[in-house]
Design a protein around this ligand. Structure first.
Ligand code: HEM
Length: 497
């Protein structure tokens, strides 16, 4: 009797599962419980997803366990969903881990009224600090100069630029939110970086996947997943110290994110619809670190790697920087208009490395239709941004590093409609402008100062990558040779052993 009951239950579950499938765009056949996880080798690899388009078209469904995820591939499908139906896809799905970590606070994992208020304020404040008052640009120039100093200090020896670049990107966020940078040895900064590094690494572990698959179990069990909550408490207490320091300051001093936010809390204190409070402030700061550190740092690491591989491109950038800026003029963001080739190279770096390949998941908030497929409310949607940045219908040489994608016949910079590394629509990256200023200033500062080479005998592959949250290059060493009259000759790392 029990066996018949169990078999019927199983059959009913399978029937429900296969009926559910018919409500989503067709895709590879899922297994019960595991869905397509085995086929995908437990990872949403951009190339694997692009391969599936050959069989199922630009919109298909994959099942991550029992969760259906509609994947959008290529420029047209992504544009149709995120731009044409922007409002319908403005929500973000929240996994159990993110729910336990962030609750309904901050920007990255919230939706609805709270998200709208926090995001709007974030955008306005970033614009005011960055473009209006220009305090941010000065701090970015300072940070770029610190990085130049670190490269100088290598004194001709080769080194892995990973750590200094990540620290520089984190210091940019420190400058934005706290109003100042930190020396790399500062205990506060070191603790903050340890926690951020741990958080970003944890996202890629099996423990994160297990937590999201079996939250009811993992919430009760001890294990390495507990550490993420401990690190979160450390980060929160570090941020609280900075908030307390800001409260002692003159209220008119609105030169960083915390001061602006504290003023906003006071301004809106009698508004019952206000979501401005210190808990939200802390989470927004964590979001700025999560969104703005690894992404920009990884893009810069790709940029330097591409320059090692494409010495002709590097040479042209340096020539343009020399001719337009000379060796000592302060570099500012508006200079990019005078530097069309350098600007095109940076855009091509972002296109070719597609740092956030398939990370920006959305949730359908209102039932809608994308390219003829009905999408139900609540469906999770995954735009494959890498497939947009390499869409053969939109890029002349999608698989080659080619700054010509962003130049017209006269050498003027031209933007391309399929350039969407920051995604698009209502939830487009909040830090797009800051990231662009940072990438430009750091890249121009480094290339004006150094000729970049791989150390003698080193072999690196610009197409090889590790999918570690962002799409990362494999670790590599770089040999910076000082340019101009300061350069005495070949540094030791370029001399064959
Ligand atoms: C969201 C890319 C730098 C803060 C995103 C998204 C992408 C992205 C693809 C997802 C958007 C979506 O849901 O469709 C990048 C890249 C960067 C970069 C490629 C650098 C090269 C930054 C910086 C900051 C930042 C510097 C901080 C100042 C955020 C935040 C969100 C976000 C807060 C969430 C927005 C929301 O959910 O409303 N970014 N980002 N990002 N980014 Fe960036």
């Amino acid at each position: 009797g029990l066996a018949i009951l169990a078999t019927s239950f199983l059959l009913l579950r399978m029937l429900a599962f296969f009926l559910a499938r018919t409500q989503f765009p067709p895709g590879p056949c899922p297994l019960p419980i595991l869905g397509n996880l085995l086929q995908l080798r437990f990872q949403l690899h951009p190339e694997k997803l692009s391969q599936l388009t050959r069989k199922y078209g630009s919109i298909f469904t994959v099942w991550l366990g029992s969760t259906p995820v509609v994947v959008l591939n290529g420029f047209q499908a992504v544009k149709d969903a995120l731009v044409t139906h922007s409002e319908d896809f403005a929500d973000r799905p929240v996994t159990p881990l993110f729910e336990d970590l962030f609750g309904d606070k901050g920007i990255i994992s919230t939706s609805g009224h709270a998200w709208q208020q926090q995001r709007r304020f974030g955008l306005i404040t970033l614009r005011a600090l960055g473009m209006g008052k220009k305090v941010l640009e000065q701090r970015l120039q300072e940070e770029a100069q610190y990085l130049v100093e670190i490269f100088h200090r290598q004194n001709g020896t080769s080194f892995d630029p990973h750590v200094p670049i990540v620290r520089a990107a984190a210091n940019v966020i420190c400058a934005l939110v706290f109003g100042h940078r930190f020396p790399h040895g500062d205990p506060f900064f070191q603790e903050l970086m340890k926690a951020i590094d741990f958080g970003l690494a944890f996202v890629n572990t099996i423990w994160r996947r297990l937590y999201d698959a079996f939250p009811w179990l993992l919430r009760q069990l001890p294990g390495p997943h507990r550490k993420i909550f401990r690190y979160q408490e450390i980060v929160k207490s570090l941020i609280c110290q900075e908030i307390e320091r800001h409260k002692q300051r003159v209220p008119e001093d609105l030169e960083d994110f915390i001061s602006c936010y504290l003023a906003q809390i006071t301004k809106r204190k009698d508004d019952p619809a206000s979501t401005f409070d210190e808990e939200n402030l802390i989470q927004v700061i964590i979001d700025l670190f999560l969104g703005g550190t690894e992404t920009t740092a990884t893009t810069l690491r790709w940029a330097l790697l591409y320059m090692i591989h494409h010495r002709d491109v590097q040479g042209e950038v340096q020539q343009e920087l020399d001719t337009v800026l000379g060796p000592s003029r302060v570099i500012s963001f508006k200079d990019r208009k005078l530097l069309p080739y350098t600007n095109a190279v940076l855009h091509e770096v972002q296109r070719f490395c597609s740092v956030i390949s398939v990370g920006a998941v959305r949730k359908c908030g209102t039932a809608t239709t994308v390219q003829g497929f009905p999408i139900q409310k609540g469906t999770i949607v995954l735009p494959n941004l890498a497939s947009v940045l390499c869409d053969p219908e939109h890029w002349e040489t999608p698989w080659q590093f080619n700054p010509g994608h962003f130049l017209d016949g006269e050498g003027n910079f031209v933007i391309h409609e399929a350039f969407l590394p920051f995604s698009a629509g209502h939830r487009v990256c909040l830090g797009e402008l800051l990231a662009k200023v940072e990438l430009f200033l750091v890249f121009a500062h480094l290339l004006r100062e150094f000729r970049l080479r791989a150390p003698a005998g080193a072999s690196t592959n610009e197409r090889d990558y590790i999918l570690w949250g962002t799409k990362q290059p494999r670790p590599y060493d770089i040999c910076p040779l000082e340019l101009g009259p300061r350069s005495p000759g070949l540094p030791s790392c370029l001399t064959p052993p």
